[in-house]
Design a protein around this ligand. Structure first.
Ligand code: ADP
Ligand code: COI
Length: 425
């Protein structure tokens, strides 16, 4: 029996009730650590001959309108949860199969990179475990839904390092890809960009759907007669999301991280529609804001590190309109020169590394051993944020004045169907 089947059967037998001590490798998807080499051989072989994956990859995925997530009922019920589990049981294998197909389209030398291979293996295993859940039959009972929900929780956890692994993998095989394209940097860049954009946005969709289900489950679990449900949240949708609140919280967190490196990081000042509230899914937008703020803080601190004067604030303007809303983050961090602007949307482009003798934040970050990578250095913040913004039906734009500062504009469409469009997840 193949190891993958074994893993899937094990998951069924144990009804996926293993503890969440996933780091110790004891959960039912285990076996990876103990049998890594064998599993890798099996998985690679499986990857070439698996009919189920091949078949699922031919199906179209059923992307839900974001607004549709609002119609589970103001207070979600068990029926909603069973429907949600059934949708995921049939939808996730299709989406995951598309991802596996994406790996298949990469040059062989790239797929054999250990970091990239690890991610592909994770997708193949997750495909198997989800497809084989409940012997491939749709869940119908509350117990099965609970097991399925627990399985999703484990998988979300297991896939937590996908971005790091792919980043490291593509970074370390850059020269191999370049060789394939006879030293053509543009073609190398296009291959990496199109693979990562597609893989990471599709992954965002998968994770949003899975998280929506988990949060619905939590909500329903709490709907006892002693519990008053939170009326402003349905799964991942906040029905009264207030951008100003998230902006303040994210800015505060990043400012605090910078306090390890700098005595008085810049303040963040909000203006515009600071009181606006509307239904939205904050997970993706929070990620983008975090990346943009990291850059803005770094730019201001780096540009004013040697000045005794107070650092100029980062100004954030919120504009909420009928169809969409825009958040502008404007810093006085001296902006970017045109050779930098040309490359900021590329994966792995960063100016945060290797700045010996510069005396700026690059040095501060390279000396720091704690949260340096949290603040800058991978060169993936902007390209992922742009891809996410577009996936969420919006755009991310940057205007920079060299010597002065940078303005970042994030524009996203509302999900409220009464206001027109709604993107699909
Ligand atoms: P990282 O922050 O890890 O370097 P990003 O993709 O977020 O990766 O940013 C890429 C590069 O773009 C940064 O290294 C920096 O050179 C430039 N950049 C981004 N935002 C700003 C900004 N607000 N001011 C100046 N430079 C910026
Ligand atoms: C991911 O995070 O990469 C996933 O695809 C998670 C999913 C298997 C639940």
């Amino acid at each position: 029996m193949s190891l993958i089947k074994n893993v899937a059967q094990q998951a069924r037998r144990t009804n996926v009730v293993a503890s969440k001590a996933s780091s110790s490798g004891v959960y039912p998807l285990g076996g990876y650590n103990e049998n890594k080499a064998q599993l890798r051989r099996e998985t690679t072989a499986q990857y070439y001959r698996d009919h189920d994956i091949h078949h699922a990859a031919k199906k179209d995925s059923v992307r839900l309108k974001a607004a549709a997530l609002l119609f589970t009922g103001r207070i979600p019920s068990n029926i909603d949860l069973i429907r949600s589990a059934q949708y995921l049981q049939s939808e996730l294998p299709v989406r995951i199969a598309h991802r596996i197909k994406g790996f298949r389209s990469l040059p062989f030398i790239v797929v054999t990179n250990p970091h990239i291979l690890k991610v592909m293996e994770q997708y193949i295993r997750s495909f198997k475990v989800i497809s084989n859940f409940n012997d491939g039959r749709m869940v119908k009972t509350q117990d099965k839904v609970d097991d399925f929900t627990h399985l999703l929780e484990i998988l979300l956890d297991e896939h937590g390092s996908v971005i790091d692994d792919l980043t490291q993998g593509f970074s370390s095989c850059h020269d191999h890809i370049l060789e394939i394209f006879d030293g053509d940097e543009e073609k190398t860049h296009d291959l990496v960009q199109s693979f990562l954009d597609k893989t990471l946005t599709s992954r965002l969709g998968i994770r949003l759907l899975a998280q929506h289900h988990l949060l619905l489950k939590d909500q329903i679990g709490q709907n006892s007669k002693y519990f008053i449900p939170k009326r402003d949240r349905i799964g991942i949708v906040e029905s009264r999301w207030k951008p100003a609140k998230d902006i303040e919280a994210i800015a505060r967190k990043i400012r605090e991280s910078w306090m390890f490196h700098c005595d008085n990081p810049p303040r963040v000042k909000l203006n515009g529609h600071t009181e606006a509230e509307f239904p939205y899914i904050p997970i993706g937008v929070d990620y983008i804001l975090q990346e943009v703020f990291k850059n803005a803080f770094r730019a201001v601190i780096e540009a004013h590190a040697n000045s005794a004067r107070q650092m100029p604030p980062i100004d954030v303007t919120i504009a909420v309109n009928r169809e969409d809303f825009t958040i502008r983050i404007a810093d006085r961090g001296k902006g970017m020169k045109s050779d930098v602007i040309d490359k900021i949307w590329r994966y792995h482009f960063t100016t945060a590394r290797g700045r010996q003798g510069y005396g700026g934040v690059g040095d501060l970050l390279s000396m720091a051993n704690s949260n340096e990578k949290e603040l800058a250095g991978y060169g993936i913040g902007l390209p992922i944020s742009k891809a996410y913004a577009e996936y969420l039906g919006g755009k991310l734009e940057i205007k920079s004045m060299s010597g002065i500062g940078t303005d970042v504009y994030l524009t996203l469409k509302h999900i409220d169907p009464h206001k027109g469009h709604s993107f699909r997840i």
